[in-house]
Design a protein around this ligand. Structure first.
Ligand SMILES: [Zn+2]
Length: 371
């Protein structure tokens, strides 16, 4: 298989031979009509539904190779190479996806993306969320090691995109809360804010997850205990919850002192929360640019910021869209356009708004614990 290691073994003349040959092939194979499945043929070795390897070719459908699963108990008898990947429901060809990934890497708005790739805003919305759900699997299992910065930030629940009939409260006027998109100490009712837990280790591994509703707590940090298995030291502000969390996990906790009248940004040993703060600033800027991010999709945006950050450290700008394409195109995920908007809320709206007795929580006796 073609990889960096193999390329490094080539001599200068071999590389130049390779380059001229590759150039000729690109002219032939990469056109405006190139389809995504052409990048994936050869990758198939198992059934996407039951993962058994007992498959065989079964004719073609729309010029694409069709496969048949020979497992008698499998519900998914026929499939193609794109089944279960984010191209399955997409009519956009390869070059449109590549352009779209370029837009996403530069955090363009849906309206801007629609202009660049020549599709509707709705198509861009669907492409964005299939992409985010594909990358989410990659970032979820991150293992933090060495010295790790840890902190929490807050944002208000945002119900953008929720139909009026499904609202748990009266819609707020747009633009009313522009100053408090993301904050360290968000004022107001505490269980109406979403707590986001952020950790960055010395190798630039990032954990960026929704912790739940309300203030930080040891329980919220404990949810991600397994991600800290290899961490030896946690840098944090003077937070009781983090101190307790570190103690429970047997990790040293070096805290930035909080002394009245004095400003401290580093621990005694000179460590700061710089990387974590940078991630918070990025999210804040993104929220301003996108005019708020709905809580339903917030985790997706956090995952995407994580991926972009990683790429920034590891890959030069012009190669990033190819890397994302190769890294995510083959991941199997079953999100369809139909279920993007019905993804479960990451926090319980019932806990936040049941006291309002409004909209979906209007009739209190119905026991509708929607979440
Ligand atoms: Zn199967």
């Amino acid at each position: 298989m073609l990889n960096q290691e193999f390329m490094n073994t080539l001599s200068p003349v071999e590389l130049q031979f390779f380059q001229s040959y590759a150039y000729k092939l690109i002219q032939e194979k990469v056109t405006a009509e190139t389809q995504n499945y052409e990048n994936m043929t050869g990758s198939i070795c198992e059934c996407p539904a039951c993962h058994c390897r007992y498959i065989r070719k079964n004719g073609t459908k729309n010029h694409r190779q069709r496969y048949e699963c020979k497992n008698k108990d499998c519900k998914h008898r026929f499939f193609t190479v794109t089944t279960g990947t984010f191209f399955y429901h997409s009519k956009s060809p390869y070059h449109t996806w590549l352009a779209f990934l370029g837009c996403e890497l530069n955090h363009l708005t849906l309206e801007q993306e629609a202009v660049v790739i020549g599709r509707t805003v709705t198509t861009c919305f669907n492409m964005r969320h299939t992409l985010y759900s594909a990358v989410s699997k990659k970032v979820m299992s991150v293992s933090l090691s060495g010295i790790t910065e840890l902190d929490a930030t807050y944002t208000k629940i945002n119900l953008k995109g929720t139909k009026t009939k499904n609202m748990p409260r009266i819609s707020k006027e747009r633009g009313k809360h522009k100053t408090s998109l993301l904050s360290k100490n968000l004022a107001g009712v505490s269980h109406h804010k979403v707590c986001i837990i952020t950790a960055v280790d010395e190798h630039d591994n990032i954990l960026y997850r929704i912790g739940g509703l309300g203030n930080e707590s040891t329980d919220k940090y404990m949810k991600y205990k397994k991600n800290f298995k290899n961490s030896d030291k946690i840098i944090s502000d003077s937070s009781k919850s983090i101190r307790q969390f570190a103690e429970t996990c047997h990790i040293t906790n070096d805290q930035i002192p909080c002394i009245a009248g004095e400003q401290h940004y580093t621990t005694k040993e000179g460590d700061s929360l710089g990387d974590v703060n940078e991630l918070h600033t990025e999210l804040k800027n993104l929220m301003r640019k996108y005019h708020g991010i709905s809580t339903r999709h917030l985790q997706g945006y956090l995952d995407w910021i994580t991926i972009c950050k990683k790429l920034k450290y590891t890959t030069e700008a012009k190669r990033r869209s190819y890397v994302v394409y190769m890294d995510t195109a083959f991941l199997k995920q079953m999100l369809t356009t139909l279920n993007i908007c019905s993804q479960p809320q990451p926090v319980s709206l019932y806990d936040a708004y049941s006291e309002y007795h409004y909209g979906i929580f209007g009739d209190f006796n119905q026991n509708q614990h929607l979440s």
